[in-house]
Write a protein that binds this ligand. Structure first.
Ligand SMILES: Cc1cc2nc3c(=O)[nH]c(=O)nc-3n(C[C@H](O)[C@H](O)[C@H](O)COP(=O)(O)OP(=O)(O)OC[C@H]3O[C@@H](n4cnc5c(N)ncnc54)[C@H](O)[C@@H]3O)c2cc1C
Ligand SMILES: NC(=O)c1ccc[n+]([C@@H]2O[C@H](COP(=O)([O-])OP(=O)(O)OC[C@H]3O[C@@H](n4cnc5c(N)ncnc54)[C@H](O)[C@@H]3O)[C@@H](O)[C@H]2O)c1
Length: 475
């Protein structure tokens, strides 16, 4: 490898939403270093959003086939429907690896970009060491300096300290997404985004899954969404709640998970164990303390309303600041950082603090969940006088056509202004349906605005109108 240039105008650490700076800043003539220890594209492309959704869709197809009898369609031997998992995983892996590899030449060919394919760590607030070996600092590590540094190094799965777990071949999401094997039984620890999405995928593609959940499923959702989700998921899969974990054993290719459940000691067995208990920021590996970058109590980087750290020439966003752990919010932040630092500041334009529109989310299970704005419990905690409108899927023309038994649209309005303050959807196409509510919320729509809108008949969004109608008598 040719010796690295040592001085840069801009250093970007992390190639996920860090991509919002790398090429745009280089196109302006800045000498940019992008430091990425893994494949280009970050978590979303390589081990997150993209591969997970590509695997979940075939699981949805299997689910549809299993429910064919609802429409009097006979599928011979419905219990024998199988999937070539190795082929599917191979297809998805090839796709994401190809997409990632396609970013490489864009960086390699750019005259102003130096792509450093190694792990880095701070030496001081302008200097980074480029490690020859991951996790180890050595005297022959190269050092580079940057005038402006953007820390967009994300987060990684956190592993709980359960006695016996360390050293066993458990899987995190990273391994599940590339696992070609179908384990007969998989035990899943966790009940959040990753456990439910990938647990659904595993459960529909040939494994018997057992969810062991510390508290309950999808705890950040509106309380009624949590209840509906739990009702549906427990009909589909073996689910256990209020579980505490005592120890894990792995012998003869079988995991045994020892737990206490409702005061009773129990043991669950499986050939696979999937741990999905949240993430931890990559600030430790980066040795951000050497740059005196302030962290919060959980180890996430503290930034102000301009995404600046306490060090004036260092900015940060995305998972590593722990605000919203989504690719869409990280992209929004990255675009703000580029605009303010490289476009507005040099022109002397007064920089405004980042103004987040409502940050929506979706969970791509079956049923899907889509949400934006306040949950009912948040509205209550804030002392807001609110009005609810709720319409089950089955009370709509398209819901009937789909033979929906479950799911609903729930809208929350502020009583005096009549404005929408929260929308929560659980059911078919919830991740798409929520978008009209995102727009209504962002543009300050009232219940009356929502009812002055013409909805296509008989499309699913009529459910949103029906929920708004049902709110009216409650004002
Ligand atoms: C299984 C799964 C499914 C998901 N599904 C969704 C979804 O459907 N929708 C959604 O919005 N979000 C989803 N997410 C979350 C989403 O992937 C993240 O919020 C998003 O990718 C964060 O982007 P980022 O730019 O902050 O960090 P990342 O994309 O994680 O980028 C950080 C990069 O920094 C690199 N890095 C870290 N430390 C160093 C170092 N010391 N030296 C060099 N390089 C370093 C890492 O290799 C990484 O590539 C999912 C996550 C997972 C795990
Ligand atoms: N569709 C999406 O947008 C999507 C999909 C996947 C992941 N993500 C993002 O990735 C992040 C990480 O996802 P996740 O599912 O790992 O986190 P999460 O916070 O959603 O869920 C973590 C789960 O693990 C449990 N848990 C935590 N500590 C535990 C412990 N010590 N023992 C047992 N259980 C424990 C929690 O109770 C919870 O059920 C999410 O915050 C989310 O923003 C988003």
């Amino acid at each position: 490898m040719a010796p690295l240039p040592t001085e840069f105008d801009v250093i970007v650490i992390g190639s996920g939403s860090g991509s919002k700076i790398t090429r745009p800043a280089a196109n302006l003539g800045n000498k940019v270093a992008i430091i990425e220890k893994g494949p280009l594209g970050g978590t979303c492309l390589n081990r997150g959003c993209i591969p997970s959704k590509m695997l979940i869709h075939p699981a949805d197809v299997i689910n549809e086939i299993e429910h064919a009898k609802t429409y009097d369609i006979t599928v011979p031997n419905v219990n024998d429907v199988t999937i070539d998992k190795a082929k599917l995983v191979n297809y998805v892996t090839t796709y994401v690896d190809g997409e990632s590899a396609s970013i490489d030449p864009m960086y390699e060919k750019h005259p102003n970009i130096t792509h450093i394919k190694k792990e880095c760590a701070f030496v001081d607030d302008h200097t980074l060491r480029i490690r020859n070996k991951e996790g180890v600092n050595s005297d022959d590590d190269a050092l580079i300096t940057g005038k402006k540094i953007f820390v967009v190094a994300g987060a990684r799965p956190i592993i709980p300290k359960i006695p016996g777990l360390e050293g066993t071949p458990y899987m995190t999401s990273t391994e599940v997404l590339r696992c070609e094997k179908t384990y007969k039984r998989v035990i899943i620890i966790g009940g959040g985004y990753i456990a439910t999405e990938l647990g659904y995928y595993l459960g529909k593609t040939g494994s018997q899954v057992t969810f062991l959940v510390r508290s309950g499923f999808v705890k950040n959702e509106d309380i009624q969404v949590q209840e509906e989700f739990t009702k549906i998921f427990t009909q589909m899969f073996d689910c256990h709640f209020k579980v505490s974990f005592n120890k894990v054993e792995y012998n003869n290719e079988i995991f045994k998970v020892y737990v206490t459940e409702n005061g009773e000691e129990k043991v669950y067995e499986g050939e696979g164990l999937f741990v999905a208990t949240g993430v931890t920021p990559n600030t430790d590996v980066l040795e951000v303390k050497n740059a005196n970058i302030e962290l919060d109590s959980r180890g996430y980087i503290k930034v102000d309303d301009y995404l600046r750290t306490n060090v004036p020439h260092i900015w940060s966003w995305g998972d590593i600041i722990g605000r919203n752990l989504f690719r869409h919010s990280a992209n929004f932040e990255g675009e703000y950082a580029f605009r303010t630092v490289f476009e507005e500041a040099p022109k002397g334009i007064e920089i405004k603090p980042i103004d987040y529109p409502p940050v929506p989310h979706a969970i791509f299970t079956n049923p899907q969940i889509g949400g934006v704005g306040l949950t009912e419990q948040q509205a209550k905690a804030k002392g807001i006088d609110y009005v609810i409108g709720l319409c089950p899927y089955k009370n709509s023309a398209m819901g009937d056509a789909l033979r929906s038994k479950d799911g609903f649209v729930k809208l929350i309005f502020e009583r005096t202004s009549r404005k929408l303050i929260g929308a929560h959807i659980i059911g078919v196409e919830a991740s798409n349906m929520i978008h009209m509510c995102i727009a209504f919320l962002q543009f300050g729509a009232t219940v009356d605005d929502m009812l002055r809108t013409i909805y296509i008949h008989p499309a699913l969004p009529e459910l949103v109108r029906n929920a708004a109608r049902r709110a009216l008598p409650n004002f």
